[in-house]
Ligand binder design. Structure first.
Ligand code: ZN
Length: 342
């Protein structure tokens, strides 16, 4: 089985994103949000069958761990109340996709984070998504201010209520920022990769893994700048007398393969142990074009993994085994959802 651990509902029905626009406008005008639009199963089916499901089939992958559109989370917009309603709407839609395509999608939640608001706000939504929807993880935004980095770092006890909840449910978090509202940071070109790199470095300089020995984080987009600069982080850990970086981080931190060229994948697989690499493509996502050098989509990351000089057993870990281990609830959810499939 080939499990893509990083996909977003970037093709969601228009009324859904339209309502978000209305909600934010109503908030700015000091008015209540309009009622949420109704969307039929057929509307949802259409967006998936012509989108993510089609690409899964073309590329030979089986299952996507699926969450709401990341740039659309917009935790810097509105306030805690608007975030709560928006996260609920987005997660509900993911749940509907997983119910309609139970063999192809398993859900991950976006959180109702809001710049400056306590992450405690997120706990009820996590409970709902795990207990009622069968979701297997969350996306945790380390910068709800959208590119201004005004909230405390992930090392701070500020985040501990979310970490406690993650451990309680045995769910990992993908460290994933949303859109940038800071014009100095392009959303997918710099803010995403900065978020990955900063998140790793914040966790490295923390006692989070001492306090939560079983907690797990996925650093997406190939780990941002981290694998390329592994020597720097090893040296920083050494200078700060934190011990060996591998011992400090690799029981708890994992990297996905959203790296859009073969040399980057080669570096990732050379630097990071195969046990810490999870297959992912983030399709349909940030980079949608075809690479003229290869004739294939940049985000067709399975092709790069196929070309790596790794054993079949190691590729099996990257494609499936590691995801089942890191997302501890995944195997049970796959079994349960498959049983409901027609
Ligand atoms: Zn993403």
């Amino acid at each position: 089985m080939i499990i893509d651990c990083h996909g977003h509902y970037t093709t969601s029905p228009r009324p859904h994103e339209g309502w978000r626009q209305q909600q934010i406008e109503a908030h700015a005008a000091g008015k209540p949000a309009p009622p949420r639009p109704t969307m039929t199963d057929d509307e949802i089916r259409e967006t998936i069958e012509g989108g993510q499901l089609k690409v899964q089939r073309e590329r030979g992958t089986d299952l996507t761990i699926f969450s709401p559109r990341a740039a659309g989370m917009g935790h810097h917009l509105g306030d805690a109340t608007t975030s709560e309603a928006w996260a609920a709407a987005c997660n509900e839609l993911i749940c509907r996709v997983c119910s309609l395509f139970p063999k192809n999608f398993v859900g991950v939640a976006m959180l109702p984070q809001s710049a400056g608001a306590s992450p405690r706000n997120c706990l009820a939504e996590i409970d709902r998504c795990v207990n009622q929807y069968g979701f297997v993880g969350v996306n945790l935004n380390p910068d709800p201010s959208g590119g201004h980095w005004r909230d405390p770092p992930l090392s701070d006890r500020y985040w501990y209520p979310v970490y406690e909840k993650m451990v309680e449910h045995a769910i990992p978090a993908m460290v994933h920022v949303s859109a940038s509202c800071n014009p100095t940071h392009h959303t997918t070109g710099s803010h995403y990769l900065n978020g990955d790199t900063a998140g790793f470095n914040q966790l490295m300089n923390s006692s989070v893994f001492k306090d939560f020995p079983t907690i797990k984080f996925i650093i997406p987009h190939g780990g941002g700048g981290v694998p390329y600069h592994w020597g720097r982080y090893r040296g920083l850990a050494q200078d700060a007398k934190l011990g060996l970086l591998s011992e400090l981080m690799l029981n708890n931190v994992f990297f996905d393969t959203c790296v859009y060229h073969l040399p980057g994948q080669e570096l990732l697989a050379k630097v990071i142990p195969v046990d810490n690499i999870l297959f992912a493509s983030e399709m349909i996502g940030a980079v949608r074009g075809v690479d003229p050098e290869t004739g294939h989509h940049y985000d067709d990351t399975k092709r790069y993994i196929d070309q790596l000089p790794l054993s079949a057993a190691d590729k099996g870990k990257i494609f499936e085994g590691n995801a089942r281990r890191v997302y501890a609830r995944l195997s049970a959810v796959i079994a349960k959802q498959s049983a409901t499939a027609v």
